[in-house]
Design a protein around this ligand. Structure first.
Ligand SMILES: [Zn+2]
Length: 258
């Protein structure tokens, strides 16, 4: 196996971690937006309640004017009634006065009703504002939590970048490029283990000759899977050339450590 393989394996491990951390960092802006969006409903409720209040105030003004107008009219008729000459004219004025007073009473009733709905509208505004405030507090807390998680992930990414530099340092330039090229085509995967005669990247068979070469140590060749193109490595122990009878295990472990 090429002497740079362990470093490439380490590089790939770090790259996978970095990709996971980056993917998580990418979710943060959306999480912040989602948290903010939780306020939309409460904000709309405040606006609607305020609109309701403004409408009821307008209506109240209108009935106030009505009351005033009818009162003025009744007063005018009463003033006139002192100066009328005929009984008929007097009766007619009395009729107008009664009518105007009736309208005053009607407008006052309507005004009272509007005042009551106005109070209800005021309560609704207060309630909606309190709800919004509560939601804002919760969302602010959530945002703070998201921000601290984000800061934590950025720190992680920085330390992984340093780890990546360390893994990269001993790898020759041409192998770095090869790894980068392959990983780019394979969603960040540049290497695959050859195990049980198979490429673990794609499941295809690895030629016995290639397996043999992979197990030969050291070896300055790079072997790639013929079907998927990933750089192959093996963690399988180097088999004994010909285990002599009698010295089985001791010989095996000795040869593995040499
Ligand atoms: Zn393969």
């Amino acid at each position: 196996m090429h002497s740079a393989i362990p470093h490439l394996i380490e590089l790939q491990r770090v790259d996978h971690l970095m990709a996971a951390v980056r993917a998580e960092i990418e979710t943060f802006p959306k999480r912040v937006r989602d948290a903010d969006a939780k306020l939309n409903g409460a904000r709309a409720a405040v606006l609607a309640a305020k609109e309701g209040l403004v409408n009821s105030q307008k209506e109240r003004k209108k009935f106030e004017l009505d009351v005033q107008q009818w009162k003025d009219r009744a007063k005018k008729y009463r003033d006139q009634s002192g100066a009328v000459k005929t009984n008929e004219a007097y009766k007619a004025l009395q009729h107008e006065i009664t009518n105007a007073e009736g309208e005053v009473a009607k407008a006052e009733d309507a005004q009272l009703e509007v005042m009551m709905t106005g109070e209800e509208a005021e309560r609704r505004v207060k309630h909606a504002e309190a709800n919004l405030k509560e939601d804002e507090t919760a969302v602010a807390k959530e945002r703070k939590e998201i921000e601290s998680q984000q800061a934590e992930k950025k720190k992680q990414l920085e330390s992984l970048l340093a780890e990546r530099e360390r893994a990269l340092a001993p790898i020759p330039e041409d192998l770095r490029e090869l790894y980068a090229r392959i990983a780019k085509r394979h969603h960040g995967v540049g290497l695959a283990e050859a195990r049980d005669g198979q490429c673990r990247g794609c499941g295809m068979r690895v030629l016995p000759h290639t397996l043999q070469e992979l197990r030969r140590d050291p070896n300055e060749e790079i072997y790639r899977c013929e079907s998927c193109g990933l750089i192959l490595y093996t963690l399988e122990p180097i088999p004994l050339p010909d285990p002599a009878a009698g010295s089985g295990h001791a010989a095996s472990s000795a040869s593995n450590h040499s």
